[in-house]
Every structure is written in C-alpha cells, then in structure tokens.
Design a protein around this ligand. Structure first.
Ligand code: SDX
Length: 391
C-alpha cells in the first residue's frame, strides 16, 4: 500500500548463540548431550544422571551422583504457603496454567537463590527447580481432581517419587510399578534438552535481562505450552482419538496436505530435524516395551504406527522432510502410564527444566548482553498527524 517501506530481500540475520550443552544434526537425525548420543543415554543413564551431565558437562562418578541426588532430595518440598497459592485457581484450570503461575510464584519465595551474580545462588536455584518441578506438577494434578497433595517421599528415586505424588494417597502405602517408574524416567530423560528450541530461547531471552531465574523458567513453561511446541504430545493423542480407526487415516493425511485446511499432522515435522527425530525412535521402542510389559493392547499405537508408515511413503511428507518427532509416541506411553492427557505437556516441562536451567546458567556464567532481536520494518514511512476532523 502507498507509504509502506520496501526492504532489501537480501537482508540476512546471523543471530545465533554459542553453547556447549547439546548438538543437533537435523539432516542426519543426531542428538548429543555434552557429546553423548541420546540413544546411549536413554539406554544406559537415568534422568538425574543426565541432569548432572547437562549441568556440569561430564557424567558423574558414583560419589558425585550420590551427592547430587542427595542435594536434589533436600529441595523436593515446596514452601507451605505455596499450597495455599493453589486455592486461587479454578479446579478445572489447565495444569499448564497452574504451572506457569506457581513456578513464577517461586520468585516470591526463594530470595536466597536469586542473586544471579553468585554461582552458589545459581546452583541452588537450579537444584530447587529440578527438585520442585515434579512436586508442583503433581500438586497441579491433585488440585484438579480434588485430592489431597502428597508430600515427596525421598526414599524413592526421582520418577517413582513423582508417580507417588501423582497417584498416591494418604490412606494407603504407595505401590509404584518399577516398569512404570523406569518408563517415566526415560520420558523425562528424552525431554531433558534440545538446544535452542522456542521455550529454551525464551528462557535465555528472559534471563539475558538478569530477571529472577524462577520467573525465567515460568516464561519457558508458557512458551512450551503451545501445540506447535510442547503441547503437541497432548494434541497427538487427541488427533489419534479423533482418527479412531486405521480406515480413517487417509482422510487425515489428505487434510494435513491441504493448504486450505489448518489441520497439521501432530507429532510430525520439526524446525530442525529433516530426518527422524532420534528421540522418536527411542520413544517408539519404549511404547512397544511398556505396553507389552503392562499387558496393554492400545489400538491407538496401531493407528500411530500405520499413520507413520503411510506418511513416510507419501510424497508430500517425503518431499517436505516431515518425520515423526519426540511428541508422536510419547503421548501413547504417558497414556499407558495412567497420566491424564492434560498433564502431558506438564511432564514435558518437568523433563525440560534441566535444559532450561543449564542453558540459563551457561549464559549467565559467561559474558552476555541483553537479548534484542531486530526486525524487518514493513510499516508506513514517516507521515504527519491528521486531526480527527480531517480523517
Ligand atoms: C517440539 O525446536 C525444538 O527442538 C522443539 C522440540 C523440543 O524438543 O524442544 O523438538 C519439541 O516442539 C517438536 C514439534 C512438536 N510440534 C508438532 O508436532 C506440531 C506439528 N508440527 C508442525 O506444526 C510443524 O512441523 C512445526 C511447528 C514443528 C514446524 O513448523 P515449520 O517450521 O513450519 O516446519 P517446516 O518449515 O519444516 O514446514 C515445511 C512445510 C510447510 O509447508 P510449505 O510452507 O512448505 O508449503 O511442511 C509443512 C509446513 O506447512 N508442515 C506440515 C507439518 N509440519 C510442517 N504439514 C502437515 N503436517 C505437519 N505436521
């Protein structure tokens, strides 16, 4: 339109940040955490050990791991007044809405870990967040079903403790299946970090202004919530439920290819991977194993596998290099573990907290400047004010 700027299409931005935490080769489907392939970590490590790796850069010795776990256990409870904070929410509030609010509220409680110029403060903030996220997540679920909050039981390992707080109740002893706890731990591990994704970039941008670390993580939770990002696992299960039967798959494939239809194949495609997301392969194998070990025959898994087969043979998906991502199978496992759909993205947030914190600490510990993305202005050129009688 008249007066709009035109701009040089040759304008390029090389804005990128340096990091030593995670490497992704999107063309070849490679994901390394501090140099270790995600497939090997998923097979041989556990979530807290991977947290240590992401935070400190090396796998821990047995003594280091014992001390790390002990320190995390010191922070699994939340301030008792946080419990009253929940009373401000509607019972039917989405747990991700509650997570945004409650994690942000931690910045009003823990002043002794917010002097970000002090590495000890940053370390305590990191331990507090890793330790308290499962507690807050379980509280958001208990609140939504009107059951009493469960205190953490530090005699249990990280993931079993989370399941204890999710599904335990004060009237009976917890009976956490080792199969389910191990699968839960693998889910947290596979979500731990993923380089400069939208939510991690949000945390880094918020952190670059030297904002309170708990508030920065709350910003990451908000960014993760969207169905294009962490909300996709919940959207995948809703999509598979809507498809309902393998006979309906072709209709949904056609819709996903239709430019005029906003429907996207949830759990497919990625900003970086133009090959299989290596986490999706591990997740698919875990889905088979968990359902078999639990004796569950979920037709949704059959629909997902058939959908994957059809899509990977379809020229649209092949040409656009659209492959299953981390979210495609995770929802099926979470459903088998008894996790309600509304908690799927919360689980993603619990797992990703260590990645957010590792990137935040890496930036804050080094030399950094406040983030300030630039723009390509395409609005009006300068013009004089027009009084209302002349408009
Ligand atoms: C996560 O960044 C990260 O690392 C994120 C994450 C992490 O660990 O933090 O890996 C987690 O967020 C995984 C992504 C979860 N989201 C979904 O599964 C939602 C469904 N996926 C799409 O919304 C999409 O693939 C995105 C959002 C993931 C990526 O979108 P882009 O950047 O537009 O993808 P693209 O550039 O590769 O798209 C190429 C083409 C486009 O069409 P054209 O403009 O070329 O005609 O493929 C189309 C897209 O419209 N396309 C799809 C599609 N994904 C992309 N068409 C149908 N179904 C899809 N799922």
């Amino acid at each position: 339109a008249e007066g709009y700027f035109t701009f040089d299409p040759g304008f390029t931005s090389t804005a990128a940040c340096e990091s030593q935490i995670t490497f992704i080769d999107g063309a070849n489907g490679v994901l390394l955490h501090r140099g270790y392939p995600i497939e090997q970590l998923a097979e041989h490590s556990d979530y807290l050990e991977t947290c240590y790796l992401l935070l400190y850069g090396e796998l821990p010795t047995a003594e280091q791991k014992t001390e790390f776990v002990r320190t995390v256990h010191q922070h699994t409870m939340v301030h008792e007044q946080i419990r009253t904070f929940f009373n401000g929410f509607r019972r039917d509030a989405h747990p991700m809405a509650i997570m945004c609010g409650v994690v942000g509220a931690l910045s009003a409680f823990y002043h002794d870990s917010t002097d970000i110029s002090d590495q000890n403060h940053r370390t305590v903030a990191a331990y507090r967040l890793i330790a308290k996220m499962p507690t807050i997540a379980a509280m958001s679920y208990k609140f939504s079903i009107g059951q009493p909050f469960m205190y953490p039981d530090n005699s249990l390992d990280y993931s079993a403790n989370f399941l204890h707080m999710m599904f335990g109740n004060p009237c009976e002893p917890s009976n956490i299946s080792p199969v389910i706890a191990r699968a839960m731990d693998k889910i947290f591990l596979l979500h731990a970090d993923h380089e400069q994704n939208a939510s991690t970039s949000t945390v880094r941008l918020a952190g670059s202004s030297q904002a309170n670390p708990f508030a920065c993580i709350a910003a990451g939770i908000a960014a993760l919530w969207g169905p294009s990002h962490g909300g996709a696992n919940e959207a995948v299960v809703k999509m598979l439920e809507e498809i309902g039967d393998v006979s309906n798959i072709d209709e949904y494939i056609a819709r996903a290819k239709d430019k005029d239809d906003p429907f996207r194949l949830m759990g497919f495609g990625h900003r970086v991977y133009k090959n299989f997301d290596p986490r999706a392969k591990v997740m698919k194998q875990a889905a088979d194993e968990v359902l078999a070990e639990l004796g569950i025959n979920d037709p949704m898994l059959d629909i997902a596998k058939r959908l994957e087969e059809i899509a990977l043979e379809d020229a649209y998906f092949v040409d656009k290099k659209l492959y299953p991502n981390v979210d495609f199978y995770s929802g099926i496992i979470l459903k088998a573990l008894g996790i309600p759909t509304t908690m799927f993205t919360v689980i993603f947030a619990v797992g990703r907290t260590v990645g957010w914190i590792a990137h935040w600490n890496e930036m804050i510990s080094g030399s950094y400047r406040i983030g300030r993305p630039r723009q390509l202005y395409t609005g009006y050129s300068e013009r004089d004010f027009v009084t209302i009688d002349k408009r």
